[in-house]
Design a protein around this ligand. Sequence first.
Ligand code: NAP
Length: 243
Amino acid sequence: MIDLTGQVAVVTGASRGIGRAIAEKLHSAGADVVLVARNQALLKETSNAMGGAMVMPMDVSSADEVQVGFRKIIQEKGKIDILVNNAGITRDNLLLRLKEEDIQRVLDVNLKSIFFTSKNVLRPMMKQRKGRIINISSVIGLMGNSGQSNYAASKAGIIGFTKSLAREVGSRNITVNVVAPGFIETDMTAELPETVQKEMAASIALGRFGSTEDVANAVLFLASDLAAYVTGEVMNVTGGMYM
Ligand code: NAP
């Protein structure tokens, strides 16, 4: 059994969907979890369901908000052992119709944010010579998808970032890995047209959409001592949609 007792874990995008499931999973393994997102009411609801976890509202695409928020977390908790960069958005359109603001916003929230959050946990992790950073990418970053060039670019960027940072901090016993979910049932995928949903389901070897818990289980493994010798890796949780 995985035991994370005594470890502080920060999960971004923890107010709903995959992030909430990750936060609950780490909490049930004994970690002291801090919940990050923008919507305070939803954060509070998630926190209450977990018996009162600390919440730290912020927009992860803002360098200043991330710096202030993470400083407060470290002041309160004394350290951060596990960082899960999960916050993400889509602004889908075919390239010819994609507005510059939709390109920028998706890159800022999905990709630029992980530079900011990771930067703010590195010093404390280096000091304790241990840390786990887990970045949530997407199968779309690996295989692309029509109408999602901005999203795919941000998610592919996460993989390059992860492999580089894994090389930078490996000697300090900090691991940096990616989980790349396939089609997971959440608010994000509920927005996709039914035809797209059917098309995707047909390409999944296991014949079903994934659950948020399927993704949370992979994150739990990477956060644990069982994954001590795994770094710079991309773990696909796609039910065989992508191999
Ligand atoms: P979701 O249900 O839409 O939840 C997104 C979370 O991110 C929310 O908690 C949201 O809270 C937070 N968030 C969004 N923008 C933010 C910002 N600027 N600052 C801070 N928090 C922000 O999405 P999901 O389906 O659970 O997806 C979670 C992650 O998995 C994303 O990175 C997504 O790309 C990835 N993923 C999902 C799937 C899937 O099938 N669902 C597949 C592959 C990868 P607020 O809006 O309150 O800020």
